[in-house]
Design a protein around this ligand. Structure first.
Ligand SMILES: [Zn+2]
Length: 273
């Protein structure tokens, strides 16, 4: 007898992640989306329960992902409802040969479809997994602090990364590669997904100006923890810039270099100026 996928650790982990993201205030209304790569080995215990139910058309073909399966949130679904109703808010799909469509194996029981940001999720997975074979999670959400940061700083990866590194000791340790940034574009479109994907070769987090952030990771903790850290540092930076006491202490380039040296980090040298 095969096991019930609904009560799998894979589904419960994405439910907990959704609840935590919602508790942070990162997912108003139907905003935000999550995907998780699921290997064939992980799917094996669920056997016949995961027979194809129907086809899902992909707006951008991903032939390189044929045979790969993803658990993904649905379009127009609310992150706050994922843990209450995983079978309607989530879907497990396996990309078909040619990459133009996918087989729905589980979920989307009310006739739903994957998020309108599916091209970004699959593109981010494809690019990131080329340099990190353990890549699994892609998380997108709308932390107010990150949106604010993108409204008071130019859309420049070096300027944004330095701003975050300088306000909180741990930042350069947690994201020594910095944070990627993309200026405003129409979202929920293939265009933003196609522009975003290559950024995940250099970065694990990407800010979309006036919109939000996406992070990738090997585990839910990796991707979620990275956004938590960026959210906190962005919040500190924005608040710091909104008060003027005539005194402002930030980590200096020399102090950042000291952290880099003591943790053996690899950081672009010209980003430490
Ligand atoms: Zn969004």
């Amino acid at each position: 007898m095969s096991m019930d996928f609904s009560s799998s650790d894979i589904v419960s982990e994405i439910c907990r992640l959704s609840d935590d993201m919602y508790a942070h205030g990162w997912n108003e209304r139907n905003s935000g989306n999550i995907s998780r790569f699921v290997s064939e080995e992980e799917l094996r215990p669920y056997g016949s329960e995961l027979e194809p139910k129907r086809k899902i058309e992909l707006t951008t073909p991903f032939p390189a992902l044929a045979g790969k399966s993803f658990l993904i949130t649905g379009t127009l679904k609310y992150i706050r409802n994922v843990s209450r109703s995983p079978k309607t808010t989530l879907g497990l799909m396996r990309i078909c040969e040619g990459g133009r469509e996918a087989d729905l194996l589980w979920g989307f029981e009310d006739g739903g479809r994957p998020t309108s940001e599916t091209t970004m999720h699959l593109g981010a997975y494809l690019e990131r997994s080329a340099i990190d074979s353990r890549q699994k999670y892609v998380i997108h959400c709308h932390p107010a602090s990150v949106i604010l940061l993108s409204e008071i700083l130019p859309c420049d990866e070096k300027i944004i990364s330095q701003a975050l590194w300088k306000v909180m000791n741990e930042c350069i340790v947690i994201f020594p590669e910095g944070v990627g940034a993309l200026d405003w574009m129409i979202s929920s479109s293939d265009g933003i997904g196609i522009e975003s994907a290559p950024k995940f070769r250099d970065f694990r987090a990407l800010i979309w100006a006036m919109h939000g952030i996406t992070a990738v990771g090997d585990t839910a903790d990796d991707a979620y923890g990275l956004i938590e850290c960026i959210d906190k540092a962005a919040d500190i930076y924005v608040r710091l810039m909104s008060v003027d006491t005539g005194y402002r202490r930030l980590l200096t380039p020399d102090e950042l270099r000291l952290i880099v040296k003591s943790f053996g980090l690899r950081v672009r040298e010209d980003w430490l100026e």
